[in-house]
Design a protein. Structure first.
Ligand SMILES: [Zn+2]
Length: 70
């Protein structure tokens, strides 16, 4: 299990940038099945209404998100 380098424990939803467990086949936030392993940074949104980061990244839900989908 160590030969695979750069494998991340999470994948990112392309539509809403949610950080999703590898096991999930459907995004729990938006229901999309379009995921990518190419992402950078982790953002935790607790209060999307009052979060500058959420506004900047255009995130409207709380939860774990990636800073950037590459
Ligand atoms: Zn999503």
């Amino acid at each position: 299990m160590s030969s695979k380098s750069k494998s991340k424990p999470f994948k990112a939803c392309r539509s809403c940038k949610a950080l999703v467990d590898r096991d999930n086949e459907i995004c729990p936030v938006c229901g999309s099945k379009d995921f990518t392993d190419e992402w950078e940074g982790i953002v935790i949104i607790i209060d999307p209404e009052n979060s500058e980061i959420a506004k900047t990244l255009e995130i409207k839900n709380k939860g774990r998100f990636v800073g950037k989908v590459i």
